[in-house]
Design a binder for this molecule. Structure first.
Ligand code: PMP
Length: 394
């Protein structure tokens, strides 16, 4: 007997059910090469070093590692995150920092603290799907700010902050998913200036901040005057591993204190063992050196994708040339729908992420995201050849 619950089903999947079904079926078929899902490369995880860190924590600090802790996060890890941020030009006081269960939880806590139904949220369009979802639960009025390979529509930002008291913006200045672009220093300076002049606040998603192919990019939070205006969200997920679920946020101390209370309500604390293992890993290994070893591998995969696109895409298809991150954003001719293309593509042995879900409002159907991060150059080339064939047959 099926139990019927009298609750409204008000949470919908991020992709339409048919797309979800196709992506699941693609994942279950070995011969399908998936360029969906922005996963870090699992062959680059420092498995031996992390195994050693987990073991040594259990061996030497087992009682503490298996016990509850304060919501703020594990002390030594907090200091390491402060040092890591200092390396990127961000000075952080201990009372400004909160360790979170991934960047995703940081976004969730911020959404719940800062947004009420009907509040205005300026949000890049397209942007990270799960950010649209987490902010969407608060039912704000989302104002799309066009963002692409060549930057952010600053005119739209100006209009928004001038017209509104204390507006809130969600941006990914250094490492935008899905376009793979970063904002210029000039644009960052203007964003800080605008936020100061018009009492606006910016949530900076820096998840991909270190995954840069053309040299380092400072976060917006490192620009002069940003301390009071920019809330920084970061994570170990893309640099090291998402499996331990550890991220952080940096906000003015009074805001962080509130967020810490909310975190306590949400999950009491981020998992102790994961935090201690990370602290032990960071003690013995140079994370910057690890990231610098990963970057050429990601760059090679990006280049394989770009070369294959040039070789196999029919006329009328356009794509970004990412300088950061894990994926390329593709624009099909306006009459083609990526969600319809997916069914044929999976039959032809390739999967991708249809782009409509990346738009906070008014979603065009002719975009798709291809992730190069977790596939070898050979498989990427094969996948794009198959995609070209599917497109030509559409
Ligand atoms: N922000 C962006 C832009 C992301 O792509 C992701 C992960 N896909 C996150 C935040 C969440 O990362 P985490 O694993 O730290 O929760």
């Amino acid at each position: 007997m099926t139990v019927r619950f009298p609750f409204q089903q008000w949470i919908t999947p991020r992709q339409p059910p048919e797309v979800e079904r196709l992506l699941k079926s693609a994942a279950a078929q070995d011969h399908v090469v998936s360029l969906a899902g922005g996963l870090p490369a699992d062959d680059l995880f420092p498995r031996a070093a992390l195994a050693e860190a987990l073991e040594s924590v259990m061996r030497e600090h087992g009682r503490e590692a298996l016990q509850y802790q304060w919501s703020e996060g594990y002390g030594p890890l907090r200091e390491q995150v402060v040092a890591l941020l200092r390396g990127r030009g961000v000075e952080v006081g201990q009372d400004e920092l909160l360790i979170t269960s991934g960047a995703q939880q940081a976004l969730d806590l911020l959404a719940r603290l800062l947004l009420r139904p009907g509040d205005l949220l300026g949000i890049e369009s397209p942007t990270y799907v799960a950010a649209i979802e987490v902010f969407g639960l608060q039912r704000p009025r989302m104002v799309p700010l066009a963002r692409g390979e060549h930057g952010l529509d600053l005119e739209a930002v100006r209009a928004l902050v001038r017209g509104e008291n204390q507006s809130l913006l969600y941006l990914a200045p250094a490492g935008h998913n899905p376009s793979g672009s970063s904002l210029s220093a000039g644009a960052c300076e203007e964003l800080v200036e605008l936020s100061r002049a018009h009492d606006a606040f910016i949530i900076e998603d820096d998840a991909y901040g270190r995954i840069q192919f053309d040299g380092p990019r400072p976060p917006l939070r490192s620009f002069p005057g940003a301390e009071e205006r920019v809330i920084l969200v970061g994570t170990f997920s893309k640099m090291l591993t998402p499996g331990l679920r550890v991220g952080w946020l940096v906000a003015p101390a009074a805001v962080t204190a509130q967020l810490m209370l909310l975190k306590g309500i949400a999950d009491l604390q981020t998992n102790t063992l994961g935090q201690m293992a990370l602290a032990s890993y960071l003690d013995r290994h140079d994370l910057d050196a690890h990231v610098d070893r990963c970057l050429p591998r990601y760059r090679e995969r990006r280049d394989a994708l770009l070369q294959s696109l040039a070789a196999h895409m029919p006329a009328g298809v356009q794509w970004t040339r990412p300088t950061c991150g894990f994926s390329v954003w593709v624009t099909l001719p306006a009459e083609l729908a990526a969600d319809s293309l997916l069914a044929r593509a999976v039959d032809d042995g390739v999967a991708f992420e249809p782009g409509a879900a990346f738009f906070p409002v008014e979603a065009p159907r002719n975009h798709l995201r291809l992730s190069f991060s977790n596939q070898t150059p050979e498989r990427i080339a094969e996948a794009v050849a198959r995609l070209g064939a599917s497109l030509r047959a559409s």
